[in-house]
Design a protein. Structure first.
Length: 164
């Protein structure tokens, strides 16, 4: 395996991408970045290194102006701000593996985890010691590749073990 490579972990919605990636990270214990697990039907963002987590999904009835909606989902902008800071701080620690779960419609519009993801891609692309895994739903991979025009390897959850 070459270092400094970017991988796209893809699959259908609710196909177990985050669960597989969490298990993989636990096995190699050399990961930085974030995961977005669903816990009791709610979406959270978790700092992989510290285990700290914040609630991302919020009710559409939330009167707080600090929310962002996409499709049927409403998310906390405060949690996205926290997650962007986690990403930018964690990459400075130069982990061998850096995880971004997940890049979606919001990020394609420059929202959500952006502009941090773009900054990280540039950083990892220039660093030969850090590999990056970005989780992207299967139907968004083409748009991601069009936006970033990067050499990436596309994998699914069943191929994670080959990255040891």
């Amino acid at each position: 395996m070459n270092s400094g490579k970017i991988y796209i972990l893809t699959g259908e919605v609710n196909s177990g991408k985050t669960t597989a990636l969490r298990k993989w990270c636990n096995n190699i214990k050399r990961c930085g970045g974030i995961l977005q697990p669903k816990i009791n039907g709610e979406r959270y963002i978790t700092n992989i290194r510290t285990g700290e987590k914040k609630l991302l999904s919020v009710s559409k009835k939330t009167t707080n102006q600090n929310v962002i909606s996409v499709g049927n989902y409403t998310f906390s902008n405060l949690t996205f701000t926290w997650a962007r800071n986690v990403l930018l701080n964690e990459v400075k620690k130069n982990p061998p593996w850096f995880i971004v779960d997940e890049f979606g419609k919001l990020e394609l519009k420059g929202l959500g985890l952006e502009p941090a993801v773009g900054t990280l891609i540039n950083s990892v692309s220039a660093d030969t010691k850090t590999n990056m895994i970005i989780v992207i739903r299967d139907y968004l991979v083409g748009e991601f590749q069009k936006k970033y025009r990067l050499p990436v390897e596309i994998i699914d959850k069943d191929n994670l073990s080959k990255l040891f």
